[in-house]
Ligand binder design. Structure first.
Ligand SMILES: *[C@@H]1O[C@H](CO)[C@@H](O)[C@H](O)[C@H]1NC(C)=O
Ligand SMILES: *[C@@H]1O[C@H](CO)[C@@H](O)[C@H](O)[C@H]1NC(C)=O
Ligand SMILES: *[C@@H]1O[C@H](CO)[C@@H](O)[C@H](O)[C@H]1NC(C)=O
Length: 387
């Protein structure tokens, strides 16, 4: 039997596969990852309904470009996380906190607008920062993981709405958080030096959460760094800087410097996590650079007035904290909706002074999906491989 060449081939292939080797040529052809679920953690950059469920719906005209109505997102349509889900072939993520009409079979979203990594010592009402900080999002995830498995066992509709047990180890765990830790410091009147001084604590707490999720079976992590917060009207309006601190594209350098300082630390944290977590594939994604290039070179890509708020009212950037997107103002004795209609969000970068438009999110997604801004430089659908 062993003299039959075809059986020798079969045996050889079998032995090679036992040794975890593949015939030459197949080595390069890694199969794309099949993520059956996404579990997301973050702030408004990836909130698909968490804050809305707990503290009141995001008002119109949020959501109108794509969903046709407010959809728990602080933008006119889809967020980066929505484009990620689409690209992986999964439905949009239901917010964990949303008790109505949710379907968690392909993951859950723990992000809420205004979330920070570190718990804040202020209420949402006082400071605008969400009480659902990253540690709380982890408690929710932990609860979800345990209880969804138990609930699934009841069968029927419960089974159809909850993830399978193996989804927790095969899922993509996505993170986009940190921006609000920096702004929370500034908004409580800290100096740039004081903000920089607490960044290591923020990163430590972030690292702890990744370790916890890993210890519960999570393996594939996709981590966005923080964006150029110094280019956002809500920061520039609220904390004026000296003329010499405005860069050639109109952004406030001190805040962007702190964001980049945070990102350097985040990158080091990721490198350390790769050493500590032997089976984790962790992708660090430099969304800062893409967002900054969108603002600095947006005109080349069909975006107009990159720093001007689309859905807003008044001031240098068409942004006023007191009259935010979707709030009502009196104009000539009549009550009108701020930002309705916001003219042509498809050529605007900034939606409401704080968040990016769907068009901007799509632009960013298209540049990060192929791995051009990732470490390791692998595309989204290869993020399950540890390089
Ligand atoms: C909140 O207060 C605690 C206790 O004083 C302190 O350790 C923590 O750093 C504070 N958090 C922030 C974000 O300032
Ligand atoms: C939940 O979503 C999945 C994926 O889209 C779908 O296959 C399933 O039918 C949904 N379950 C219910 C009960 O709607
Ligand atoms: C920050 O400073 C401003 C101006 O002095 C003051 O009105 C505000 O209450 C301060 N905010 C905090 C959180 O201390």
């Amino acid at each position: 039997m062993a003299s039959d060449p075809s059986s020798i081939f079969v045996v050889t292939t079998f032995v090679l596969s036992l040794l975890n080797l593949a015939p030459i040529g197949m080595v390069l052809a890694k199969q794309p990852c099949q993520f059956p679920a996404i579990f997301n953690f973050g702030d408004s950059n990836s909130d698909t309904g968490g804050l809305s469920a707990a503290f009141g719906q995001a008002p119109p005209p949020n959501g109108f470009s794509f969903f046709g109505h407010p959809a728990g997102r602080y933008t006119d349509g889809r967020l980066l996380i929505d484009f990620i889900a689409e690209s992986i072939g999964l439905p949009y993520l239901s917010a964990f906190l949303d008790a109505v009409g949710t379907n968690f079979s392909h993951g859950a979203n723990f992000a809420t607008a205004g979330s920070t990594v570190r718990p804040q010592n202020t209420t949402l009402h006082q400071s605008g920062f969400s009480p659902i900080s990253l540690d709380v999002q982890y408690y929710e995830f932990n609860d979800f993981q345990e209880r969804s498995l138990a609930v699934r066992k009841r069968g029927g509709v419960y089974e159809a709405l909850m993830p399978k047990e193996e989804h927790f180890s095969n899922a993509l765990y996505t993170f986009d958080i940190g921006q609000n830790d920096l702004t929370a410091g500034y908004f409580s009147n800290m100096t740039t030096d004081e903000v920089r001084a607490f960044v290591p604590d923020v990163l430590n707490q972030f690292r702890t959460i990744i370790q916890y999720i890993y210890s519960q079976g999570g393996r594939y992590f996709w981590i966005h760094n923080t964006g150029p917060v110094g280019c956002l009207p809500y920061v520039m309006e609220r904390i004026p800087v000296l003329a010499g601190q405005i860069d050639e594209h109109g952004c406030a350098s001190p805040f962007n410097d702190v964001a980049r300082f945070f990102n350097q630390g985040l990158r080091k944290t990721v490198e350390q996590l790769r050493k500590d977590l032997a089976d984790a594939a962790i992708t660090y994604v430099d969304v800062y650079s893409v967002k900054y290039s969108l603002i600095s070179q947006g005109r080349k890509h069909g975006f107009k007035q990159p720093l001007r708020t689309c859905c807003g009212h008044g001031g240098k950037y068409n942004y006023n904290k007191e009259f935010g997107c979707g709030s009502k103002i009196k104009k000539h004795g009549k009550e009108v909706l701020v930002g309705a209609p916001c003219k042509d969000p498809s050529s605007a970068v900034i939606w409401d002074g704080v968040h990016f438009t769907q068009a901007a999110n799509k632009f960013i997604f298209e540049r990060i999906v192929d791995g051009s801004f990732s470490d390791p430089p692998a595309p989204l659908n290869m993020a399950c491989y540890r390089n």
